[in-house]
Write a protein that binds this ligand. Structure first.
Ligand code: WT7
Length: 654
């Protein structure tokens, strides 16, 4: 890998060099585990299409059997063509019809401590009603619906109601700004926006409706706005356009038979950052996606549907929430916990209080959260009985071995297998992960591709790397894969399939150790990973340059002990203009959302560039991480680096 690309996670690199600890599944865990041997791997290695077809027929209800398992015209895959199914039927009706209507689907807990217990029957009724509400608002199959909600059950209801009638949802994380919401609505040309007055966060109501109103000033496609009452904050309702959810739900019929959809019918769009300023609407379809998420949720977490209480702490606004709060878990008919708020309200032990209260058995969270818990101290977890836990998972970024060991000891009590799951918005579901009853884990390694997944590490010349570092690519289509970028087929081809012809390139670097274990090292492109969320450097740069005082901006992700990476910005002001760090940080929050707010903004007279004018991000990263920088002879003006370093160390002292 070239110099500028070896920016990955330093802990992971060190771990790769020195990590010798091994954690085989315990005999006690293996007794009831779904998979303890290599049978699934062997089956998939013999015939991956046959393997996925077996999963699709065993795990999913089809109204019409498919004709072909896979039609692969690189880079376009069609899975289970000719097959018809309804995702909401699979997530709800079939469980109720099998006599499990009284089973709890969701133990919901609001941040203030209010709770709702929702059975599969309750959820089905609510989804049917809301499907009829959408139909009454004129929504038809294929129409796009935007969802901008807090972590409340209505978010799940809204997604499943879309799926039931074949509408396409596009969920926008509630932390995104009105500008980000408006961009996403316009790109998808959504007809209806579903939002709330507000939700609870850190003990306060954060308003959503005002941001939705602001977005709607620039979104001509929106005909109706449905507003869930949650925060109780005052909101403005626009006559004819805006409707209260609870009022629409009052006199609507609970009867709404699920319509079978084509296997390749578009299920949802989810926007994610790439290397350019404009987010990409990742397209996921019906049959393959549901097969992939149902399969992985079952086997990666070793799901025992009658006894497990599963909790994924993600927000439904991200792919993790789509695949592992909504579709996978509900399709598997399991009982789960859904929590609205932050982990430190009212106290730092809120998560562990919830685990104890509901007897959570499977817990899935992000490394950044684990590092935060480490900072808060093991005594927070020790206040609670966590003995119900039996499987732990992580997702979103590489987990450093120290955090892995802490998670194992202080949350898992040394008894729970840890599944470090690598995947992406684009892959739809988990791709690389241990299987808890079968895989011997090493702290910090995501271990091996799952059965049916073909990953290969290659070098710059696309030659396979048997041991050592390389680029992570996928060589065979998989059922949950993205089917395209909404409205931009060229970008789909260019972004994922052009760097290494014939392969999907994920954008991640990785290493293979002597035992064939994969160690993910982070992105090799200009994408940052802050608390497990993808943010493009270009997107933040565009936001900064949109400020009237800013002439030029360069943004890099620098290693951060808690968030994985943190956003560092360097800006050049326009002649005579004045602004300051606080104002520019707030400006980015307004443009994109708080997740993209730079940790530091340095105002500088110049930026280090190559003679051809390319900003040298590697140097800026070195400065941000406080490293001494070596050779600057290719710089147009080497003195600028000294100046930047002086600024950075000044601020570190202060
Ligand atoms: C990027 C995808 C998948 C849901 C959350 C993020 C990084 C994800 C891991 C992991 C190392 C990981 C990669 C990937 N990533 N999981 N277990 N180990 N890195 O979804 O926003 O689409 O981001 O997150 O860099 O490319 P996303």
């Amino acid at each position: 890998m070239s110099d500028d690309q070896s920016t990955g996670n330093h802990d992971a690199i060190e771990a790769f060099a020195s990590e010798n600890r091994r954690f085989p599944p315990s005999d006690a865990f293996k007794v009831d585990a779904l998979i303890t041997g290599t049978e699934l791997y062997d089956e998939a290695a013999r015939d991956d299409e046959g393997f996925w077809a077996r999963q699709a027929s065993e795990l999913i209800h089809w109204d019409t059997e498919w004709d072909t398992v896979l039609d692969w015209q690189l880079p376009y895959a069609k899975w289970f063509e000719g097959g018809m199914l309804n995702v909401a039927y699979n997530c709800l009706d079939r469980h109720v019809l099998a006599g499990r209507g009284d089973k709890i689907a969701i133990h919901w807990e609001g941040e203030p401590g209010d709770t709702r217990t929702i059975t599969y029957q309750d959820l089905l009724d609510e989804v049917c009603r809301f499907s009829n509400v959408l139909k009454d608002l004129g929504v038809q199959k294929g129409d796009r619906i935007n969802i901008y909600l807090p972590m409340i059950p209505e978010a799940v209801v809204a997604m499943l109601a879309c799926a039931r009638i074949g509408a396409v949802h596009s969920v926008v994380f509630g932390g995104f700004s009105s500008q980000s919401l408006s961009d996403r609505i316009n790109d998808a040309e959504a007809k209806v926006l579903i939002t709330a007055d507000g939700g609870y966060r850190r003990g306060e109501v954060f308003p959503l409706k005002p941001a939705a109103d602001e977005a709607c000033e620039t979104t001509p496609s929106i005909e109706h706005v449905v507003v869930v009452k949650r925060g109780g904050n005052d909101v403005m309702m626009v006559e004819a356009r805006d409707h209260w959810y609870h009022e629409l739900m009052e006199d609507v019929s609970p009867d709404c038979p699920a319509q079978p959809m084509e296997a390749e019918h578009l299920l949802f769009l989810l926007y994610t950052s790439g290397t350019t300023g404009r987010p990409k609407g990742i397209m996921h379809t019906t049959g393959g996606y549901l097969t992939h998420t149902t399969f992985t949720h079952k086997y990666v977490f070793d799901l025992q549907p009658d006894t497990d209480v599963y909790w994924c702490t993600a927000d439904v606004g991200w792919i993790t929430g789509h695949s592992y709060i909504v579709y996978g878990p509900l399709s598997n008919g399991c009982t789960q916990v859904m929590y609205e708020g932050v982990p430190n309200h009212p106290n730092n032990d809120r998560f562990w209080e919830i685990v104890e209260k509901y007897g959570v058995t499977i817990f899935y969270t992000a490394p950044t959260a684990i590092r935060t818990f480490m900072k808060w101290g093991a005594e927070e977890a020790a206040k609670h009985d966590l003995s119900s836990l039996r499987v732990l998972g992580t997702v979103g970024e590489p987990i450093n071995p120290e955090a892995w060991m802490w998670y194992n000891e202080h949350i898992g009590g040394g008894q729970c297998p840890i599944v470090d799951t690598w995947w992406q918005t684009e892959t739809g579901g988990i791709m690389i992960s241990p299987i808890p009853g079968a895989t011997t884990t090493k702290p910090g390694s995501a271990t091996f591709p799952l059965p049916g997944v073909s990953a290969e590490l290659i070098d710059d010349d696309a030659q396979p790397v048997p041991v050592g570092g390389g680029y992570l690519t996928l060589t065979r289509p998989w059922p949950g894969m993205l089917r395209g970028i909404w409205g931009d087929p060229d970008r789909f081809q260019e972004t994922y399939w052009s760097r290494f012809p014939g392969r999907y390139f994920a954008g991640d670097g990785a290493k293979l150790d002597d035992d064939g274990y994969l160690w993910l090292l982070g992105r090799v492109d200009d994408v940052m990973n802050v608390s497990g969320h993808r943010i493009s450097t270009t997107e933040v740069e565009s936001a900064l340059v949109s400020h009237p005082s800013v002439a030029e901006a360069a943004v890099v992700g620098a290693n951060d002990a808690t968030t994985g990476q943190a956003v560092f910005a360097y800006v050049i002001l326009r002649g005579g203009a004045e602004t300051d760090e606080a104002e520019l940080r707030a400006h980015v929050t307004g443009e994109i959302g708080a997740i993209a707010r730079p940790k530091r903004v340095f105002i500088t007279p110049d930026l280090p560039k190559t003679r051809s004018g390319k900003i040298m991000r590697r140097l800026l990263r070195d400065v941000a991480e406080g490293r001494n920088i070596g050779d600057t002879t290719t710089l147009a003006d080497a003195s600028i680096v000294d100046e930047l370093q002086a600024k950075a160390s000044e601020s570190n002292d202060g």
